[in-house]
Write a protein that binds this ligand. Structure first.
Ligand code: TUI
Length: 324
């Protein structure tokens, strides 16, 4: 598919569904994905997302008001289903007529039930075939199939094997996520049958990202083995960059410490990293693609580059795969 021509992009179901120029959704990264990042991505032709995460409802309301002052393009809200304030978040999405909602870390039944009648497009992030089939039945408009290369809370399957299985299991369009940070990743996602990509970690390092500079530096410095998954034993696996905090988590896991100890250690750690730049004891959530991120660029340029490079790869692929 040729993404530099508007006419062929219009043939893409994700572009039509979301009303953006490129089939790209920005990841709903807790504390990172604020109104400024969302507006920058939406103004760059993708779908910018505000992450509700565990944000106090009054703060989220301010973000929903602010984003409309920064862009007139469609934007989305990511609802983290494990949040204790999820009910308030759903009501704010309805009150502010948020055009698109993505969900994560749980079953989105009540989001679909409440928001679909308001005209909201609902796109759950899922990590298995069973979850994809369930949300399609519940009325989801598309799914994001997120492989375990992604940052934050993750499932068990890699993007490479998850995406084609989801594509074969549902009729609704599939957006690939996990490990995508350059044009090669975008081309691979489309080769697997996805009709769009969700990109998170790459946007931590964009000019408009309000993340603390020390966090950005940690992502830029990341190499192939800089990530670790903590929390497997508690049933909440989370992928981060290795630091003092993750070493301490690993010690707790080795000692089979009670869940309360993890909770005590983890409380407020993501905010400490993103807002205060505590790269030693903060939670540096980032995907494996951090190793592919080597510069800080404006969001619009990142998006243009992703699809320019993917398109070139797509053209070259047919020759590379030809046996003649
Ligand atoms: O949600 C994410 N990534 C996240 S959420 C988050 S905040 C958090 N912090 C600490 C611990 C836990 C969460 C940080 N990163 N990605 C989307 C995603 N959703 N990946 C996997 C899932 C998922 C999990 C279970 C989707 C559905 C699901 O359903 C459960 C069920 O009952 O079927």
């Amino acid at each position: 598919m040729n993404f530099s021509s508007t006419s062929s992009r219009c043939g893409n179901r994700i572009v039509r569904l979301l009303g953006c120029s490129y089939p790209l959704i920005q990841g709903g990264m807790a504390w990172v994905a604020d109104a400024e990042l969302a507006a920058a991505v939406s103004n760059g032709g993708g779908l910018g997302i505000i992450a509700a995460a565990n944000m106090p409802p009054e703060l989220l309301e301010q973000q929903l008001i602010k984003v409309r002052t920064l862009t007139d393009k469609p934007f989305g809200l990511n609802i983290m289903l494990m949040s204790p304030t999820v009910g308030d978040v759903i009501e704010l999405a309805a009150k502010y007529s948020v055009p698109i909602v993505t969900t994560g870390a749980g079953s989105p039944g009540k989001v679909i039930e409440r928001l679909k009648p308001c005209g909201t497009i609902v796109v759950p992030v899922i990590a298995s075939v069973a979850q994809a089939k369930r949300v399609e039945k519940q009325g989801a408009d598309a799914v994001v199939a997120e492989g375990m290369e992604a940052g934050g809370h993750i499932g068990e399957l890699t993007t490479m094997v998850l995406v084609p299985q989801i594509v074969d299991s549902v009729e609704i369009p599939v957006v690939a996520a996990g490990g995508i940070a350059d044009g090669r990743g975008v081309a691979a996602a489309f080769a697997l049958g996805a009709e769009g990509v969700q990109v998170g970690t790459r946007f931590v390092c964009c000019t408009e990202s309000t993340v603390h500079p020390a966090y950005k530096e940690a992502v830029l410095a990341a190499r192939d083995r800089s990530n670790v998954i903590t929390g497997r034993t508690t049933g909440h696996p989370v992928r981060c960059l290795k630091n003092k905090l993750t070493s301490r988590f690993e010690e707790l896991e080795k000692d089979n410490a009670p869940v309360e100890e993890y909770e005590k250690l983890g409380a407020g750690r993501l905010r400490a990293a993103v807002v205060e730049g505590d790269v030693e004891w903060g939670s540096l959530m980032a995907g494996q693609s951090a190793a592919l991120v080597n510069d800080i660029l404006p969001a619009a340029e990142i998006i243009r580059n992703l699809f320019r490079d993917a398109e070139i790869i797509g053209r070259d692929l047919s020759a590379a795969l030809s046996l003649e």
